[in-house]
Design a protein around this ligand. Structure first.
Ligand code: DGJ
Length: 722
């Protein structure tokens, strides 16, 4: 059993393979957090909370100075309750404050998990166990159900909570986080993935925490290009291999907030959930509000250990199992080949070269229903001049050539110049003034069920009978002035995100076996919410392989390689910089691989090279899909980048070494490998040398040996057990 409750001590102990999470019911029936970290026995650890601190905070213990709500750890921290730190919930009930004292009432422990209605979440398998703890306030007006799903094999605990109005009054919720976690006496660095359009998650930001509140959030209506929901807290000495590291992420795609509050004692509180800016939610009698899921992991093997836990969890529990471990399509995407000038003829031309290049799927990107980005969204009517056979006709032709067919959609939007907007000006998120426009488009008001249904119907109608194999689902503007003609203002952002999930589910139901790839103006919505619906996400519009190295390396802290959609392209459309074919392949194969260029411009020799890359990718794809990733050299620290993917059985590994700038060190560089079995003998498939894993990991290899064999800006070396 992963979850134990001791009736005498009233301690809950959640255990995974290597971690323990412990909390208890106090004498005052509060839920007090005691410990999260490396696995410990089922001991009574209540002594850790016994602090003799005088505080000016009133509490029902009154004279007992050993208890102060201002310094105890809590599983849920309500504002106005005597806990004066950053709260995880803020609400009022008929304008009364006494509803904030939350008391344990009951709990249940069961196998599996229940779905979080309307939201994505970690999917259960036969080992998943769940604990639900119910608390209510003194007045019995509000009920909270705290949910803990334990994924023992991956060392992950997923948390969420549900709030219910069980009284007869008015419950107004102003903040409702998914989780609250208190650490006693910890002193951490905080790590987040920062970026911008064309440089998403490329900057791995790390700094020591100070007293006060650190916040990583998004107010864009999406998880954003700028701040990813992922966050880590680690010991100051933690690196890729050692040091205590806690990782957090949210299974959510809207406005989120990760908060870390360090109090006067140096204790640290983590709060994650939706951002409360402008948030106000009325929960009617008998109604509920569900917080998105937050996932947490702990590793004493540094950032590398944390990433591998997350990679395993995401592949096994977030991504649909039908796709998670299966070879991904190798696509040729029309966007960088022809942008809006795309036609049926051009798509068929791409298709005619595809098989020669080892490509199996042709994807028609934006431009099939419009010649520029000012028109078409919302109307969803195929441009018959450019596509005389229609999408069905084209799809059938591509299928007849022995290829699969994919299509681009951006269902959440409407162009200002569209029939749809003219017919339904009230279907967009806007204020009563003329709404601000971005990329000539507005966000549809998906807080309204009738809009979700209507746009789904239009898309279904246009694509009726088209046997799609793949859909690329894009999203190209942030929310601004997001008001609804019908939805209460404080509920708009979250209801919009719920509407996105509903629309995705509806279109997915229409195309049940289709692989979805999500996208947001590059990688502006790269999060676990989207990965629940789409096994891979377009990583960035920046396909310059030098820049991509930083983007993909940064993304790998939180997300498995197979989730990163990466294409071999001309590569210079953002930077103008030229790069070798091999370099482009090496970088793009650190992800789900494809192509995005005009194949007709390439010689037979080039296409033979593409074919060999596709074959190489397929040969090693299992390492992307299910292997363990070890980051070896960060591009942020040197002029190089290196990583190695090792199969779970440790029988094979693929090392990638990239030289970003010719700095002259390559000849002398010794590189120590990681993740191999020390006892096993491995053959270096480039040099033929056979060495033990222990030797490769402790002595290392010389990059100069490869360089002298063949001068190159990078190397891929396979190691196989002999
Ligand atoms: C933004 C995406 O990131 C691109 O790949 C492409 O699909 C364009 N949108 C199309 O408008």
């Amino acid at each position: 059993m992963s979850i134990q409750f001791n009736k005498d001590t009233k301690i809950f102990h959640l255990q995974t393979k290597n971690t323990s999470y412990v909390f208890c019911v106090t004498d005052f029936n509060a839920l007090e957090h005691l410990y999260y970290g490396k696995k410990i026995p089922f001991d009574n650890v209540k002594h850790i909370s016994n602090r003799q601190i005088y505080s000016h905070v009133a509490h029902e213990s009154r004279e007992d100075r050993a208890f102060s709500a201002s310094v105890q750890g809590f599983e849920i921290a309500a504002f106005n309750s005597g806990d004066i730190r950053t709260p995880s919930v803020v609400f009022d009930y008929d304008n009364k404050a006494d509803a904030c004292r939350l008391r344990y009432r009951s709990h249940t422990i069961y196998k599996g998990r229940k779905p979080l209605v309307g939201l994505p979440y970690s999917r259960a398998d036969e080992n998943t166990e769940t604990l639900e703890v119910v608390l209510t306030d003194d007045e019995n007006s509000v009920e909270f159900t705290l949910i803990y799903c334990v994924f023992a094999d991956e060392d992950v605990i997923a948390r969420s909570q549900i709030l219910k109005n069980i009284g007869g009054g008015k419950l107004t919720v102003r903040k409702f986080a998914s989780m609250c976690l208190d650490f006693y006496g910890m002193d951490f660095d905080v790590i987040t993935l920062e970026g911008i359009y064309l440089y998403e998650r490329a900057q791995v930001s790390r700094s020591p925490l100070n007293r006060g509140v650190f916040k990583n959030n998004s107010l864009t209506g999406t998880s954003s290009h700028n701040h990813n929901p992922f966050m880590a807290l680690c010991a100051h000495n933690a690196d890729e291999d050692i040091g205590e590291t806690y990782g957090f992420n949210l299974v959510y795609s809207g406005n989120f907030a990760d908060e870390v509050a360090v109090d006067q004692l140096g204790d640290t509180r983590v709060i994650m959930g939706f951002d409360d800016t402008g948030f106000s939610w009325t929960v009617g009698k008998g109604e509920t509000l569900v917080a998105p899921e937050a996932i947490m992991t702990y590793s004493d093997q540094g950032l590398g250990g944390m990433s591998r836990n997350f990679h395993d969890h995401i592949r096994k529990h977030i991504i649909e199992q039908e796709f998670a471990f299966s070879p991904r399509p190798i696509v040729i995407n029309s966007w960088e080949a022809s942008y809006f000038t795309v036609t049926e003829e051009k798509v068929l031309s791409l298709a005619s070269h595809a098989l020669d290049c080892g490509i199996d799927t042709v994807v028609l990107d934006d431009g099939w229903f419009r010649a520029n980005d000012r028109i078409g969204l919302g109307d969803w009517r195929t441009d018959k001049e450019a596509f005389p056979s229609g999408i069905k006709g084209l799809c059938d032709k591509v299928h007849a050539m022995g290829l699969k067919f994919g299509l681009w959609l951006e269902p959440e939007m409407v162009n200002a110049q569209s029939e749809y907007y003219k017919e339904h000006p009230d279907y967009v998120l806007s204020t009563s003034k003329l709404p601000l426009i971005s990329r000539h488009q507005y966000l549809l008001d998906l807080t309204r069920d009738e809009v979700v249904q209507d746009i789904a119907n239009r898309i279904k109608e246009e694509l009726q009978g088209v046997e799609l194999d793949y859909i690329k689902w894009d999203f190209n503007r942030y929310a601004t002035e997001a008001s609804s003609f019908v939805t209460a203002q404080g509920e708009v952002y979250h209801r919009q995100t719920l509407g996105v999930y509903k629309l995705l589910s509806m279109i997915k139901a229409e195309f049940p076996n289709v692989l979805f790839e999500t996208c947001s103006g590059g990688g502006g919505r790269f999060d676990l919410g989207m990965l629940y619906y789409s096994p891979q996400i377009w990583t960035s519009d920046n396909t310059d392989p030098y820049a991509r190295t930083y983007i993909q390396y940064g993304s790998s802290y939180a997300y498995p390689v197979s989730a990163l959609s990466c294409h071999f392209t001309e590569g210079d459309c953002t930077s103008g910089r030229k790069s070798t074919f091999e370099f482009r392949y090496r970088v793009a194969s650190f992800g789900s691989y494809g192509y995005e260029l005009d194949l007709s411009k390439y010689s037979a020799e080039d296409k033979a090279a593409f074919k060999s890359y596709s074959e190489l990718y397929r040969k090693d794809e299992d390492l992307n899909l299910s292997g363990d990733l070890y980051r070896l050299i960060s591009p942020e620290k040197t002029d190089y980048c290196a990583y190695i993917a090792v199969s779970k059985d440790k029988k094979k590994a693929k090392l990638t070494f990239l030289e970003l700038y010719a700095s002259g060190f390559i000849e002398s560089m010794a590189l120590r490998l990681k993740g191999l079995d020390p006892e096993k003998l491995y053959k270096n498939e480039e040099t033929g040398e056979v060495l033990h894993g222990a030797t490769l990991m402790n002595v290392g290899i010389r990059i100069g040996d490869l360089y002298r064999k063949k001068r190159s800006d990078g190397y891929t070396v396979n190691f196989v057990e002999v």
